[in-house]
Design a protein around this ligand. Structure first.
Ligand code: 26V
Length: 831
């Protein structure tokens, strides 16, 4: 062999797709990386070794992609800053995106190892709560698949979203120690660690030109160490980076204390420093104002901005005027909004630019996405906490605000109300920093996540800003990646689709339109039906295995999976179940198609009402499932620990998708899209993206009920909404609520659910009665469910509608969403 052949051989050793080479690599990793041999290897060892085999096939593409970005002067980089990335598992996802499934399967088969079983070993990277975090993960997949130079930046939480178990039907939280055995997809980059400062004070001084400048001194510094996860594009050799920061103490010991012999105290500060990236806050849309949370926000934002500037300087030196041409930073909600004053601080205090120059650059760099209109989710920080932690940033905010309000008062002389609404600072008994106002003022783009949501932002929540800057506001309706949410989670349906229309849908979801021509094709619909049945059996097996409940795969699988929140109205669903139950108790021959109601939902640990609703649903389940007069027709299953991996089993098995939020409250929803793409029919309100799903699939292929957002608002404003009156007039509703309020579901504890009853009829803790208008929508909800029952009996018609849903939801691919961000906001092209 000459040296060229031998070089080729060496180069191919870890990238080849030859079955024998893959096998050998696998055995080598077991042996050389993990120190195990084939015989004594555990399932974890096998998972880990195979992941390293896959990683070997990623690394070269990763370097090549990054080199390409670096060498190209035209590269404009997108930075997606998000305090959450709800990634889920990566093994199968990476195999699919590399398009090496057959090769890996062959090699594993020859070793007598099932790829599917191995993939199940991987812990979910659960670094997020729900919609916002999962959206970030879908976006990373689309950015890489579209070949856009993109970077995700976030926090490497040691503990992700808690693990949920039920004890006597009550939610209990257990820590999610997902890193305990190591994680094959991350690479620590100690060489890229940066310092992040806290506390201290701002010190004025005169620079060489006699200008007044400031420096941030006497700070307490913490090390931010990046861990990189490769993000593999689908079939395009692109590998982008998700960079997650971990906090580390700069010194393991505080030497002053150490010298004084105070050994324990000497290591205290290490613990404090390293607690920053310890745990994900498990609140979904409830702001609590905790010091550790703002530390998390500033920590990952400061490290990220430093990293972005370092990369810019390596390519373009200190020519900062170029910065916004070469960089854009998307803020995923307000959680990373401190990036705005942080960029200002670095440009002013470290790069010594003038205020005008720095501000020009900053406001051309940032774009802000809002994800909720729930007032309790809006982030505000107490000024005195802010000042203690980030004194220099507070000065910068005062300056931004005063210049901004100066301009505003030229437009609206003497309009105190406008000034009050627009200010970054909220006056009151405790003065606060409003992160949303900061985000709007510091960005060139503000977007909502569905058409309705964006209209609500423009006309209500941020109206005063919209009046000043209408051109800043735009809509970007959310999307989901079909690589995970069809190709990966529903291989049977994927194969059926590909067999008929080819596989271009994997990178162009509008291709699914071609399925419309099978809408009346009996044979196709029959196969389509069989796929759904197989997926239902797969889920039934999971339910039997984990909960010991037998469900009938022939029954309608009616599914609501999402975080538990009053506005999402899981309680409305529960009321409808009680309604059916009472009907059946009244008349055991009452004719309904058997139904299995499936729930999955975590409640924020401090959210009492949400936890009580979980207990209620579990209690209803226990009564119904054990009542032989009804349990042939009704079953209720609450699957614990709903997460990305469970979603991948549950969603493909659904017949009915519950998207029933109070109109005007759900910014977009993304679960709604996943269900429709997998052939479920939606029962939903005219809220968030449901409206756009209806426009796409056609109103005859979706079950819409309830008040519109406008009707909700008008009814609220009129103060005429009186749930107690409905309760008195409507016997059905009365019976349901009385049953909840009795000891029927609570095994004799008649007080247990009284807060639910009270909150619906009279309001609790100063809240409105039936704040989310369940009673107003109940009758129309129940009527739509009756239509669902009727339609399901007509298998052909049902399947046709389900297929038309699949065929017509192509626009909800996150590829479409990302193309819109890229064209309208980021102005980036693929390299
Ligand atoms: C907000 C907060 C507030 C402070 C405490 C911790 C915390 C954690 C997360 C959030 C964000 C909640 C907002 C959110 O997840 N919104 C969801 O975003 C989805 C993606 O745009 C959208 O589909 C859902 O409708 C929306 O509820």
């Amino acid at each position: 062999m000459d040296s060229m052949q031998s070089n080729n051989l060496i180069n191919n050793l870890r990238t080849s797709l030859d079955t024998n080479v893959i096998k050998q690599n696998y055995l080598d990793h077991l042996n050389l990386s993990l120190g195990k041999d084939f015989k004594n290897s555990t399932p974890w060892d096998k998972f880990y070794s195979l992941s390293l085999v896959i990683r070997d096939r990623i690394i070269k593409k990763w370097h090549e992609t990054q080199q390409k970005y670096y060498k190209n002067d035209k590269t404009k980089r997108v930075h997606y800053l998000s305090i959450e990335f709800l990634i889920g598992r990566l093994l199968y996802n990476n195999i699919l995106n590399l398009q090496i499934e057959d090769e890996i399967k062959n090699a594993m088969n020859e070793l007598n190892i099932s790829l599917e079983e191995l993939a199940e070993i991987e812990p979910d990277a659960g670094l997020g709560n729900g919609g916002l975090g999962r959206l970030a993960a879908c976006f990373l997949d689309s950015i890489a698949t579209l070949g856009i130079p993109g970077y995700g930046y976030g926090l490497r939480y040691e503990y992700g979203i808690f693990k949920q178990i039920f004890e006597d039907g009550f939610q209990k939280e257990l820590p999610d120690d997902w890193l305990k055995n190591g994680y094959p997809w991350e690479i620590e980059r100690k060489d890229r660690a940066v310092k992040v400062k806290f506390y201290g004070r701002s010190e004025p001084y005169k620079d060489n030109n006699g200008h007044l400048r400031f420096r941030w001194v006497d700070t307490y510094d913490i090390l931010a160490v990046p861990y990189d996860i490769p993000i593999v594009g689908y079939g395009n050799n692109v590998v982008n980076t998700l960079r997650l920061w971990s906090s580390k103490s700069i010194n393991d010991f505080d030497f002053d204390n150490f010298q004084k012999g105070n050994y324990i105290k000497a290591s205290e500060s290490k613990i404090i420093s390293e607690s920053i990236s310890k745990v994900l806050y498990p609140n979904d849309a409830f702001y609590a104002g905790r010091e550790l949370r703002i530390k998390q926000e500033y920590f990952f934002v400061s490290a990220s901005i430093q990293d972005i500037i370092r990369r810019f300087k390596a390519q373009f030196g200190t020519n900062f005027k170029l910065f916004p041409e070469k960089n854009v930073i998307q803020l995923n909600d307000t959680h990373p909004a401190l990036a705005i004053p942080e960029l200002m601080r670095i440009l002013l205090d470290e790069e010594l630019l003038s205020w005008e120059e720095a501000w020009e650059i900053t406001k051309k760099t940032f774009a802000y996405t809002n994800h909720t209109v729930m007032p309790e989710a809006l982030e505000k920080w107490e000024v005195h906490l802010f000042e203690k932690l980030l004194p220099r940033h507070l000065e910068i905010l005062y300056e931004i605000n005063s210049r901004f309000l100066n301009n505003v008062s030229k437009f609206y002389p003497n309009d105190i109300n406008k000034i009050r609404n627009l200010s970054i600072f909220e006056e009151g008994s405790v003065k606060q920093v409003r992160m949303a106002n900061l985000s709007i003022i510091g960005s060139f783009s503000v977007n909502g996540v569905s058409k309705l949501h964006t209209e609500i932002l423009k006309n209500k929540v941020f109206k005063d800003f919209y009046d000043i800057w209408p051109e800043k506001f735009n809509n970007k309706t959310n999307g989901i990646t079909q690589r995970r949410w069809l190709l990966q989670c529903n291989p049977e349906l994927s194969n059926l689709i590909t067999k008929h229309i080819g596989n271009k849908w994997i990178i162009d979801l509008d291709e699914l339109k071609k399925l419309e021509k099978y809408a009346d094709d009996k044979e196709f619909l029959n196969n389509f039906h069989n796929v759904k049945q197989k997926n239902k059996i797969r889920l039934s097996n999971y339910i039997y295995k984990t909960l010991n409940i037998k469900v009938d795969p022939e029954s309608i699988f009616d599914v609501q999976v999402k975080r538990l929140h009053e506005y999402k109205r899981q309680l409305l669903n529960a009321m409808h179940i009680i309604y059916l139950y009472l009907k059946l108790k009244d008349d055991p021959n009452y004719d309904i198609v058997p139904r299995t109601f499936i729930f999955g939902a975590k409640a924020a640990p401090g959210y009492k009402m949400a936890k009580l609703i979980i207990k209620l649903i579990n209690s209803i389940a226990e009564v119904i499932n054990n009542d032989t007069t009804v349990n042939k027709k009704l079953k209720v299953v609450f699957i614990p620990n709903y997460n990305v991996s469970l979603a991948e089993i549950i969603i493909p098995a659904a017949n009915v998708s519950e998207q029933i939020s109070t109109a005007g409250k759900e910014a977009s929803g993304t679960g709604n899209m996943k269900f429709a793409l997998n052939g479920a029919l939606t029962i939903g309100t005219l809220d968030g993206a449901n409206i756009e799903i209806k426009e796409c699939v056609g109103e005859e292929n979706i079950f819409i009920f309830g008040l519109t957002a406008e009707q909700v608002q008008r009814l609220k404003e009129s103060r005429l909404y009186n749930p107690y009156e409905i309760y008195l007039k409507n016997e059905t509703i009365r019976k349901i609520l009385d049953l909840i309020n009795s000891d029927y579901f609570s095994k004799g504890n008649s007080e247990l659910f009284s807060d639910i009853f009270q909150s619906l009829l009279f309001g609790i803790n100063g809240g409105y009665p039936d704040e989310y208008m369940l009673l107003a929508d109940f009758d129309s909800y129940k009527t739509k469910h009756k239509e669902i029952d009727k339609l399901y009996r007509q298998t052909f018609k049902w399947n046709k509608k389900a297929l038309l849903n699949v065929a017509r939801v192509g626009m909800f691919s996150s590829d479409r969403t990302i193309k819109e961000y890229a064209e309208d906001i980021w102005k980036v092209e693929k390299i």
